[in-house]
Design a protein around this ligand. Structure first.
Ligand code: NI
Length: 172
């Protein structure tokens, strides 16, 4: 496994609509493994392939709070097939928008169809943080970052701060 480089806003790649994967084969599993390692190292609870500059409809999620009891989810070509009328709000962050958070309202529960690590079709009902996280990651596959839900003023301010922080940081 190897760690991949995470891109930040305003990289135009983050606006890409990613392409479905034909089959979860060895190459896809390698990508899933590398993405999981990258996400854990960051650390984060969700990562979409476009955040490592790969425009495939692939996400990894692990919302378990327990360090010792990891429970990774691998979702390929994920699709929301049902959403609850009830909504919930979380303060969301994103590995591509480091150190910025904002409240985003989304359906509280969703039913998601996807191919798993073994290329099996799954349909899972999700709620709580997992529902929010998976919707956030599916948004990435459609070129949407959570700051796109904020006002233009707020969004521009965050993007400027991320750019400045990146410019000011020295990698030795
Ligand atoms: Ni994100």
């Amino acid at each position: 496994m190897s760690q991949l480089n995470i891109i930040n806003v305003p990289d135009p790649l983050l606006k890409t609509v990613s392409t479905p994967v034909a089959k979860v084969d060895a190459e896809t599993r390698q990508l899933l493994d590398d993405m999981l390692e990258t996400m854990y190292a960051a650390p984060g609870i969700g990562l979409a392939a476009i955040q490592v500059a790969i425009a495939k409809r692939v996400i990894v999620v692990d919302t378990s709070a327990d360090e010792d009891e990891k429970s990774p989810m691998f979702l390929v070509n994920p699709e929301v097939v049902w959403e609850s009328p009830e909504r919930s709000t979380y303060s969301e962050g994103c590995l591509s928008v480091p150190e910025h958070y904002a409240d985003v309202e989304r359906p509280a529960s969703v039913r998601v169809k996807y191919l798993d690590y073994n290329n099996e079709m799954q349909e899972t009902l999700m709620d709580g943080l997992t529902a929010t996280c998976v919707q956030h990651e599916i948004d990435h596959l459609d070129g949407i970052v959570f700051i796109d839900y904020l006002s233009r003023l707020k969004r521009n301010m965050i993007v400027k701060k991320v750019q400045k922080a990146q410019k000011d940081s020295v990698v030795l």
